[in-house]
Design a protein around this ligand. Structure first.
Ligand code: 1HE
Length: 265
């Protein structure tokens, strides 16, 4: 087990709570938390070690008024990258975001302000998104002469459908408020602070057994990549492991003796 606080990160601030909830804050507010190459490497480092850290859930939040302004356009302009260089950079984004989505540790994104371009790609790699009244979603790549490179064609299209993603990119359409919920960009829209709600949700998820959360936060995504036949086989295998875990016996015993919680609407 490695304590994430032992990581030496410059652009992500970490705060580990006693209940195993890790608050990770993007920490370049002066640059609207734009993702430079260094921050992407820090995301890879953080999310690669989390499954072996004992952390039970993550709140992915941000300093300042904006969650994330996407690719660091100034760095990209300055570096004048070759096609191969940018391809390799995008592969690092994918490494980071795949570690998030498939890592088995619940990640709850606390959104505010701009969640745009690569910022939306980052948010869409979380398992739960919580937006507040200031949050807006866009894919401005089309207007900047760019294309998505951090997984939007998979995850954003998966959330909103390909027709809406194409519209967002062709026209610069911005989604916010209830409409963002309705199209699937965020599961929660809160009147107060998205951070407070994200923390509450993370605390709730952290009470689940880690192996169960591992299955929820990796197997469902993996199975989405499989044929229905293979997914149903994989589901049976995962359930074989998870549903017989010794740690679940006390919860099952509590239900059987009537002391466990009942699920009522
Ligand atoms: C940045 C970035 C950035 C801000 N890269 N530096 N993303 C975009 O097209 C969004 C670009 N950003 C914006 O539209 C605006 O900055 C915001 C709406 C997010 C915020 O506006 P505002 O008025 O609060 O801030 P600002 O004055 O525009 O910017 C403040 C500083 O942040 C300024 O730096 P400064 O040193 O001049 O003070 C900006 O340069 C800096 N900044 N956003 C670099 N994105 C894997 S492919 C992914 C493809 C993409 O993500 S395309 C990017 C889409």
């Amino acid at each position: 087990m490695t304590d994430p606080r032992s990581l030496n990160l410059t652009n992500i601030a970490l705060d580990l709570h006693d209940d195993g909830v890790l608050v990770a804050r993007l920490n370049r507010p002066a640059k609207r938390n734009a993702l430079n190459a260094e921050t992407v490497e820090e995301l890879v480092t953080l999310f690669s070690m989390l499954p072996r850290s004992g952390v039970r859930a993550v709140v992915l939040a941000a300093e300042g008024d904006h969650f994330c302004a996407g690719l660091d356009l100034v760095e990209h302009h300055r570096e004048d990258r070759s096609p191969a260089d940018f391809m390799h950079l995008c592969l690092r984004w994918h490494e980071a975001f795949n570690k998030m989505e498939y890592g088995g540790v619940p990640v709850i994104a606390a959104l505010k302000g701009a969640v745009v371009g690569g910022g939306l790609e980052l948010a869409s790699s979380a398992h739960i998104r919580v937006a507040d009244a200031s949050t807006y979603f866009a894919l401005p790549e089309g207007q900047r002469g760019l294309f998505t490179g951090g997984g939007a064609t998979i995850r954003v299209a998966g959330l909103v459908g390909k027709a809406r993603m194409i519209d967002m990119m062709l026209t610069g359409r911005i989604y916010k408020g209830q409409e963002a919920v309705d199209v699937g960009l965020t599961q929660y829209l809160v009147e107060g602070s998205s951070f407070d709600t994200a923390l509450e949700l993370a605390r709730r998820a952290a009470q689940n057994l880690p192996l169960t959360n591992f299955a929820i936060c990796s197997a469902i995504s993996h199975m989405g990549n499989m044929s229905a036949l293979d997914a149903s086989y994989a589901e049976a295998v995962v359930a074989g492991v998870v549903n017989t875990q010794p740690a679940a016996r006390a919860r099952l015993a509590a239900f059987a003796d009537g002391s466990g919680p009942r699920i009522r609407g």
